[in-house]
Ligand binder design. Structure first.
Ligand SMILES: [Zn+2]
Ligand SMILES: [Zn+2]
Length: 391
């Protein structure tokens, strides 16, 4: 089958399932669920994937709201995974657009399935919960969910009118610093107390001084979650939560050592006891497989999208961890509207025409990328060579 014929067929098939995709997307929009509570989303994704012949495993990797949907062709071949997210944000629903993100992945899976019948191989849609909080992909990577997968693709919605290339995300560690002291009357017997809040304040001050000597790409930002009970009681407990981020694991390790020293110094100078722990899952940096990214960009061009720009590195995602175990891309589809991320306005956008236009383009390009990998051993070899060299 030549490219033109494949694209025509894909567009036709897409139109056939479009109403179902739209229903799924608006259902998710109306029923936003927080991370690890995405039962409705999991069930609706699985329902439609099962209808199109996928084998379904709910509670994949021991995570209740995760799922695996896969379809194995008769001939052996590449294993291609589309990753679905479907967690929402407190108060603002799908303000990150994970409804349309997940639907895009399931749709690409459904379209690629027919080509797995022709060329062999396997297509998987992997439901990965709680991107905004616990980052289930990290645990799923650890339990081997991505072993033997050849490529993993996920396309995130974004503001504006252009598709964005996958670039990198920051490696991130979520640290909680607990300072423990001793209460005493703040006016009557201050000399008998040990001020835990001073530990936290010292921590912020030394980290602020440290900023002069860290890389411009490093980020350290935190909040005080406990700072005492009353102004006339010297606080015996004060807690601060921080995110520490760098371009990659090596730079993060260097930065972490300095931040931990700030905390230790803060405890010594305030006379407090210090406990440090992770309060959320930490993420690795995203390594984009450029060969795979070029293939996706070429597929967008095949369907007439000729302009694309680089995404700016910002924040962290659990897709980073996936990119350390298999070739991964995390590009962006445009919502064809200017909106701020993590807002009610963005959530609203995900059920409008612009979002459906971006979704269609991403689904077609994702499927076309999959088809090219199924058809050509050479392309997969190049992707894998790049992956092996990056490791
Ligand atoms: Zn988000
Ligand atoms: Zn997101």
């Amino acid at each position: 089958m030549n490219l033109e014929k494949i694209i025509l067929e894909l567009k036709e098939r897409y139109m056939e399932i479009f109403e179902e995709l739209k229903d799924l997307n608006s259902y998710l929009f109306e029923n936003p669920e927080l991370g690890l509570k995405e039962f409705k989303a999991r069930d609706r994704h699985c329902e439609i994937l099962s209808k199109y012949g996928f084998f379904i495993e709910k509670g994949y990797c021991g995570i209740e709201t995760a799922f695996l949907a896969n379809y194995v062709g008769e001939k052996p071949g590449p294993r291609i995974a589309y990753l679905a997210e479907y967690d929402a944000l407190p108060e603002i629903g799908h303000g990150c657009g994970h409804n349309i993100l997940g639907v895009t992945s399931s749709a690409a899976g459904i379209l690629l399935r027919e080509f797995v019948n022709i060329y062999g191989g396997e297509v998987l849609v992997i439901g990965t919960p709680a991107e905004e909080t616990d980052g289930a992909k990290v645990a799923m990577v650890k339990s081997g969910a991505f072993n033997n997968i050849d490529v993993a693709m996920i396309v995130h919605p974004t503001s504006g009118n252009l598709h964005l290339r996958s670039s990198s995300s920051q490696a991130m560690e979520a640290l909680q610093f607990t300072f423990k002291g001793k209460t005493s009357h703040a006016a009557g017997s201050p000399h008998l107390g040990i001020n835990a809040l001073d530990g936290v304040i010292n921590l912020f001050n030394t980290i602020n001084a440290l900023r002069q000597q860290i890389l411009p790409t490093d980020r350290v930002h935190g909040i005080i979650t406990k700072g005492g009970e009353a102004a006339n009681i010297i606080p015996d407990l004060a807690v601060a939560n921080f995110y520490v981020r760098s371009r990659n694991k090596n730079e993060l390790d260097t930065l972490l050592e300095k931040v931990l020293n700030c905390a230790k110094g803060a405890a010594i100078s305030s006379g407090t006891k210090l406990e440090i722990e992770n309060y959320e899952t930490s993420f690795l940096d995203l390594i984009t497989n450029k060969t795979l990214m070029n293939l996706y960009e070429e597929s967008l061009k095949d369907i007439g999208i000729t302009e694309m720009k680089d995404s700016e590195d910002s924040g962290s995602t659990d897709a980073g961890d996936v990119s350390h175990v298999c070739a991964t891309i995390h590009p962006y589809l445009p919502l064809y509207k200017d909106v701020i991320s993590h807002s009610r306005e963005l959530a609203q956008c995900t059920i409008e025409d612009g979002a459906y236009k971006g979704m269609e383009e991403a689904v077609l390009a994702l499927t076309l990328t999959g088809i090219k990998i199924l058809k050509s051993e050479k392309i997969l070899d190049e992707i894998k060579l790049e992956f092996d060299n990056r490791k």
